[in-house]
Ligand binder design. Sequence first.
Ligand code: HEC
Ligand code: HEC
Length: 457
Amino acid sequence: MNRFFAILILSMALTGAADQGAIDIFEQRIMPIFRSPNPSSCVQCHLSAVDLKDYILPSSDETFASLREQGLIDIKHPGDSKILTLINMGQKDYGKGAELIHAETRKAEYEAFAAWITAGANDPKLRILPAPKQAAGPKKADTIIRHSRMDRVLDSFTRNVWSQRMRCFPCHTPHEIDDADPKHKLAWERMNKMEADLGVGFAGRMKIFKDTPEATLNYLLRDSGRKREDRLPLINLKTPTDSLLVLKPTAPLPKKIADKQFEEPSYLKPITHMGGIKMHPDDFSYKAFVAWIEDYARVVSDRYQTAEDLPADNWYFTSHMLLMRDAPVDWPASSRVQFLVHGWNDHRKAWAENPIAFTQGTLNPRRSIFGTLFLLRSPQTEKEVQWESDNPTLPPGRYLIKAYIDRVGILTDKPAAILGKESFYGQGLLDARWEKLFKNAEKFTGDLFKTNNKPSE
Ligand code: HEC
Ligand code: HEC
């Protein structure tokens, strides 16, 4: 036989065999991943926005060419392919035990992709096949992928919900109880008795805040996954404001039936709470709880489409408080008010355009408003505060306070909104020490916004 001809046949046979290999592996091991109704192992950390399925196109050739073209497959060193690194990310454990839950799925994915990439890398045709127009990979922008990561969700939970737990002390915060403090101990004994009185079905339910933010979040999510007719979920993904986590502490005591005796508390609307009213709809804690639940609900249902849809998620709880008395007479009863705090921009010799902090509250019948500050982290405010600490502080000094009133019910539709120009009422200067504890709240009266409507800068 002609030698040239023989080599040609041999190489055709080899190509054919290798090609067959990649296609077979793809059909037998990759397509089942694509068709599976279950999420891939990526869900251990990515709650939505990206999944291993996104990297699979209907044909082996197209998938290979696309991943190769994007640098996700390394044909020289198949074992170093970036897609394999992504699958192996899960070996780093962010949540206790999460790594183990997904270990089996991850192993199957890894082995399937490794075998398929190795077969494909040996195929001369696949090494040069032009990439298809439609690229294999996530459809969402990196900013959305980042926003939908579990570690970001947990960090946000820590800043917005966990940070508020002392408002539920001591009843729901067993780990904050100091046994050496007789007052704490007594309160806790009373709570345990309450829990016992509520019956066996209630065992453990008082202990909402666990020893870490992570354990608390896991508890809330696990509990909310159970569908029940007789009670709303702790976290309501359909209607965030109908979460027991915010309905209970804003609800009154059940009806009194005798001395120290009450009707059964209710877990459906209208809710009653054996702890009584512990926060108000639209106060700063309520706002932070709802903002977190709304964002979480959008993340898990993959509702963010573009970067503009994403909330800022930059609130950091402090111990600095504002207390305004004698609200301006033209503020309607029960007005929902936001105070935005602006620092001085030394560089521009002007008040900073972006606020550094805010709080929110409802005008009470005594015409005062109280709120604890959340700092607003942004590139503009990055240098003004030490953000690492879990209780950041503002430097003392002169600040511009802007008051905003929600006259048209913006917060009814969007409880997490920061009010804008159309709600602006007035502004004034405050020399603030920014100390801690309620007795050291920065106090001022409604006159602040009259006399200083236009501060000289
Ligand atoms: C153990 C947690 C974990 C698992 C599991 C995980 N990732 Fe990631 N992923 C991360 C982290 C953390 C980052 C950001 C850090 C980095 O860029 O290295 C990231 C970044 C990414 C990015 C880049 C987006 C950006 O932020 O720029 C993509 C795409 C991605 N992962 C896809 C996947 C896919 C696909 C899987 C499943 C096959 C997966 N990841 C599994 C934690 C994980
Ligand atoms: C003075 C004690 C007390 C305080 C403070 C308190 N609660 Fe409660 N809470 C109770 C009692 C007692 C129950 C059980 C009876 C009931 O469901 O009303 C309860 C029940 C709950 C439940 C239902 C738990 C379940 O799984 O059934 C939630 C949610 C809740 N509280 C949230 C809060 C939040 C959030 C705070 C703080 C902002 C808070 N509570 C402050 C006493 C308190």
